[in-house]
Design a binder for this molecule. Sequence first.
Ligand code: UDX
Length: 485
Amino acid sequence: MDRETLPPHVLLFPLPLQGPVNSTFKLAELLCLAGLHITVLLTEDIHSRLLRNANTQSRFDRYPGFQLKTIPDGLPENHSRSGDKFMELFDSLKSKTKSLFKEMLTYGAGGLSSETRRPVSFIIADGILGFTCDVAQELGIPIVYIRTISPCCLWVFFCLPKLIEAGELPFAGDDLDTLIKSIPGTENFLRRRDLPDFCRLGDLSHENIQLYKTESQENARAYGLILNTFEELDELVLSHMRTVCPNLYTIGPLHAHLKTKLSKETTSNPASSSSSSLWKEDMSCLTWLDSQPSRSVIYVSFGSIATLTKEQLMEFWHGLVNSGIKFLWVIRPDSIAGKGWENQIPAELLEGTKQRGYIVSWAPQEKVLEHAAIGGFWTHNGWNSTLESIYAGVPMICWPYFIDQLVNSRFVSEVWKLGLDMKDTCDRAVVEKMVRELMEVRKEEFLKRADEMAKLARRCLCEGEGGSSLSNLDRLIRDIHSMSE
Ligand code: UDX
């Protein structure tokens, strides 16, 4: 085939964390389905973890235009790359990976282009990796950013300079219930307590404030911004964001968008929608759920980064067991600080868990949330988990851990009315009360609201009803074609 007639070649470069990697693979597959040639560029560390735990490559075998490529993140091999070391990873990517990235794009190094594949004609990179935009602009390759955190938190980032100017930042760690007034659209409900956790430190020179303060200028540099949300969910903040970044592609929820497209394909095979988990999924929990009554189980998971102290673990565990509600709990092996807790679990907890609980180290979360036995989700409100819960129509108890999760949990409870916000609390009595409240006392009210929201989420992917996410993805694909010419 004449190289000129080959499809556009899009390079996707996610932030090397579970959430962004998940979202990027979903988008990559959607673009493969549209017939584009796709390269997903992963750091070597993420690539080797994926190979160990997921069948990502085989899931893409059916797309001849797909390839995975790797790039070093610049950290030593024995670096833990854990969530609390994120800034080290980020700095290393910025300082060491940029030149390699440029080399790959300039010379097609690492097999980036070939006889049957054009050189990269379009880039989609995580909006926090600003160096990708420097390189793209230098080489004249069109670039669109993707942000996989919530738009509501991104909007808070955009407004950080305003908060500082208005004197609302910094504040000391007290009076956390004071309302924040200088973020348009959220004046009536967003409190100091709901801002990203680093805002509480009272230190404007903190590395995170410095990192996120320039978000609005950074994100406005690219041709557009892809967001994992749908118009109806985030209308409150999207209209404000468009004043800064006019070209938003709201194409989420990505996991559902992909599922919808795949289900329309007669040739689709179920394995093709498998996950890109960095941990091995324990499928046995689905069998356990099969034997539970409808809407009777609360699913508990705090995502891929959050860690608990041994004391927090015990408070949560007592609260869950005392609530009398059945629970499925993900305890990641690396999520408990300190060793030896496995041997110190009180007998009553072991007994309560045997009767009503099931614990796994990693679950097939999307499948779990869609299981009929699940009636609630106690979550850290990572954006993927929040969207997955909304789409599945499952109400939430929110225990945000850091950054965007604190904003998300406020939106869940106050804007979308989909659950209860437990932030800043870790007490067995509160846990017990909230679990009962969600799963018994206010069960019908929350399930009804969650069902309404899930219907909206489905509508944005519905062809007959002019689904907003469907048409925004079509627009993105059209723009990729026209800008790749
Ligand atoms: C990180 C940040 O913490 C979060 O705030 C940001 O929004 C995205 O990146 P993370 O802890 O990875 O979040 O949470 P989340 O965004 O919810 O992503 C976790 C993903 O792992 C979800 O897609 C979820 O389905 C999956 N998961 C989680 C599993 O497949 N199995 C599990 O047992 C737990």
